[in-house]
Design a protein. Structure first.
Length: 85
């Protein structure tokens, strides 16, 4: 089965796709750290050290990285669409 130009375009990584993937991974790490950090509050155990709370900030960092990837992808699509118009 041969690939059409439309399917090839969806298989190739765009300019911002890597940033979106990295941002999602960083966000997930931050979300897991948040769940682990909040668990002692519900279990009644000793809280984690403050560095654990700093790792929770990765959620925001991951969101910003992914947003930068989306903006980069939008800019690339606009550049490609400009000559066609």
């Amino acid at each position: 089965m041969t690939a059409t130009p439309e399917s090839r375009a969806t298989e190739e990584a765009g300019p911002g796709d890597g940033l979106v993937r990295i941002g999602a991974i960083v966000f997930i790490v931050g979300a897991l750290a948040t769940l682990i950090t909040v668990a002692p509050l519900f279990l009644g155990t000793e809280p984690f050290p403050s560095i654990a709370y700093a790792v929770c900030m990765l959620m925001g960092v991951g969101f910003l990285i992914a947003a930068a990837g989306v903006l980069r992808s939008i800019a690339a699509q606009r550049r490609r669409a400009k000559p066609a118009a």
